[in-house]
Design a protein around this ligand. Structure first.
Ligand SMILES: [Zn+2]
Length: 108
């Protein structure tokens, strides 16, 4: 007697449930994954994988949040402290923190 073989997905290690963090920003889904980062450069960092294959990295630095998307790089960095939609979404959900009070005070 033979039975058809099934492809089985590897199970996560015991105690580590399989989970994914999905965030919707303006009707677009992103998978959010934490990134390892050098603590002297960034306190936290996340990779946002967009449905279309685009990938953006958002980090929380002592100088405020940063994103490597074109909107942040060309229109927000140093100009708009509220940041791009990715920064705003991660701030809204508590994944990163905004500018520190001392940074804001230094800018006047
Ligand atoms: Zn962005």
């Amino acid at each position: 007697m033979s039975t058809p073989s099934r492809v089985r997905r590897p199970r996560p290690a015991r105690g580590a449930p399989s989970s994914r963090l999905i965030l919707m920003i303006n009707q677009t889904l992103y998978e959010i994954r934490p990134l390892a980062c050098d603590p002297t450069i960034a306190e936290k960092a996340y990779r946002l994988d967009k449905e279309d294959g685009s990938v953006y990295d958002v980090s929380q630095t002592p100088h405020g949040p940063l994103c490597d998307c074109p909107d942040f790089v060309f229109r927000r960095d140093g100009l708009d402290p509220s940041g791009c939609k990715h920064v705003k979404a991660l701030l809204a959900h508590g994944l990163i923190e905004g500018h520190r009070a001392d940074v804001a005070a230094a800018r006047g």
